[in-house]
Design a protein around this ligand. Structure first.
Ligand code: ADP
Ligand code: YYY
Length: 232
């Protein structure tokens, strides 16, 4: 999947919850006119579908079936991407804390991960792809020419989520959010299947105290060093 294979380039952005992956991936994709893969949304959709069908979150076979059969679409709407499950807009539902927790449980199952693998690779098309998640650089696109591992302290990530939810009018406690973030970090990092870990050839960026523009600038610099963009 390198440029030498004539495949469009992939930029992978992995890291823990709240490190800014989604924000940076979206801005980068817009700037480069690349497609965007929010891989976390696929795990969230699997979790949401399972919760709404009352499927036991420990039943790997049933969850794998849910993941393979997901009827989903991503549609651009008002500058955002709407996420549709069986034709219904679930963009807000998949961000609920209950779904976040369930997604991290579902994502620990090898069967579920295998069921979603090809679906993720199918997002790659010219002129290129920005893929955000936990294992984009290690498992899904191991030959990507640009790999970023984005981090920030757990306290800062909890504060960002707090602000994000407050803006949406959701009232939560900062302490609960920090606990949730730590629990999710632990589960994402310690699972056997595709754990959250930086790829050997990833560039690690700590976004603690760095503005969104500052992070974007660093990533763009890396992209320009490693990918020949048309017209550049
Ligand atoms: N460098 C940054 N500085 C301050 N806030 C940020 C930064 N990057 C992202 N954010 C904010 O933090 C929140 C979580 O970011 P998001 O991109 O959803 O993280 P992730 O996809 O890694 O979970 C959002 O409200 C976003 O605007
Ligand atoms: N490539 C991926 C993407 C997400 N996951 C898991 C890890 C998370 O707990 C859930 C939700 O991921 P998502 O990126 O949407 O979560 P955050 O926005 O970072 O909080 O899915 C994964 O295991 N592998």
């Amino acid at each position: 999947m390198s440029e030498a294979d004539n495949q469009p380039p992939v930029i992978t952005i992995d890291g823990p919850s709240g490190s800014g992956k989604g924000t940076i991936a979206k801005l980068l994709a817009e700037k480069l006119k690349f497609s965007l893969l929010d891989s976390g949304a696929l795990y969230r959709l699997t979790a949401l579908a399972a919760l709404s069908r009352d499927i036991d979150l420990a039943d790997e076979a049933a969850l794998t079936k849910v993941a393979s059969g997901l009827d989903i679409r991503f549609e651009p709407r008002d500058g955002e991407v709407a996420v549709l499950l069986e034709g219904r807009d679930v963009s807000r539902d998949i961000r609920m804390e209950r779904v976040s927790m369930a997604a991290s449980k579902v994502a620990a199952m090898p069967g579920v991960r295998a069921a979603l693998l090809q679906r993720q690779r199918d997002f790659l098309k010219p002129p290129g792809l920005v893929a955000d998640g936990r294992d984009m650089g290690t498992t899904v696109f191991p030959d990507a020419p640009v790999k970023v591992f984005l981090t920030a302290s757990a306290e800062e990530r909890a504060r960002r989520r707090y602000e994000q939810l407050r803006e949406k009018g959701v009232s939560v406690s900062l302490r609960d959010l920090l606990e949730d973030i730590r629990a999710r970090d632990a589960r994402d990092m310690n699972r056997a299947a595709s754990p959250l870990v930086a790829a050997e050839d990833a560039v690690e960026l700590d976004s603690t105290g760095v503005t969104i523009d500052g992070v974007l600038e660093k990533v763009l610099q890396l992209v320009l060093e490693r990918i020949r963009l048309p017209g550049a």
